[in-house]
Design a protein around this ligand. Structure first.
Ligand code: CMP
Length: 228
């Protein structure tokens, strides 16, 4: 693995090669097994993480100890920036959804880079704005009474974040596990299973193993986002 990996990352891709080489000397790699906890909510934060391989979920626990999934992040995406920026403790748990390899950059180095590179600061702000937008949508759809609508909105979110759009259809290569979808939608695994079967019967989606295809994205979106 060389510094060239940084060239493919939204956060560091725009930097001069010399700067990438310099940053690379401060990066360490860590591996986590599926289901390992990478960060604990409330721990102090002193480093930024960038996903080299795998997927993680960002979670918090509700009063009753139920897991709520705020987001799922994949290759090339970063986490752990919030406590570096505001000096507070970690805002959420981060758990490996698959075996993961991550790059870790210490706080001081990351803040130095931010000070010298306005482009990185802008990319970071763009991503933070995107995450607030997603969270706003999630707050809105979790308030919907109807579980079917909440599940539909979760599928749309996954489609927008990781789907492949082609000729009006969207293909999601690997749908999260049903329990994780339930924890994103504020419902139960049984409801996810029932609603997915129902959507298949109604011709909204098609499923093969972990793959899900939204057969007519515009129709699916307009039938369900109008409930917001
Ligand atoms: P930090 O608070 O340092 O540690 C937990 C990390 O989870 C946090 O930084 C963010 O990187 C990430 N995180 C927290 N809330 C969200 C969210 N709503 N969407 C995406 N990522 C989040």
């Amino acid at each position: 693995m060389s510094y060239k990996f940084l060239q493919n990352l939204p956060l560091f891709g725009e930097l001069e090669e010399a700067e990438q080489i310099e940053i690379w000397t401060h990066v360490i790699t860590r591996s986590y097994k599926k289901a390992n906890i990478i960060l604990f909510e409330e721990d102090p934060g002193d480093s930024l993480f960038i996903i080299k391989e795998g997927k993680v979920k960002i979670t918090r626990l509700s009063e009753g100890g139920k897991e709520v999934i705020l987001s799922i992040l994949g290759e090339g995406e970063f986490f752990g920036e919030m406590s570096l920026l505001d000096g507070e403790s970690r805002s959420a748990n981060v758990i490996a959804l698959s075996d993961c390899e991550v790059f870790v950059l210490k706080r001081d180095k990351f803040l130095d880079i931010l000070k010298t590179s306005p482009q990185i600061a802008i990319t970071l702000l763009e991503e933070l704005a995107h995450r607030i937008r997603m969270s706003d949508q999630q707050i809105e759809y979790l308030s919907l009474a109807d579980a079917e609508n909440r599940v539909a909105m979760t599928i749309l979110r996954i489609a927008e974040e990781s789907g492949t759009f082609k000729m009006g259809q969207v293909s999601i290569a690997e749908l999260p596990m049903q329990q994780d979808m339930a924890n994103m939608s504020g419902t139960s695994r049984e409801t996810i299973s029932r609603v997915l079967s129902d959507f298949t019967e109604k011709g909204y989606i098609d499923r093969k193993g972990k793959k899900l295809i939204i057969l007519d994205y515009e129709r699916f979106k307009s039938d369900f986002s109008k409930s917001l």
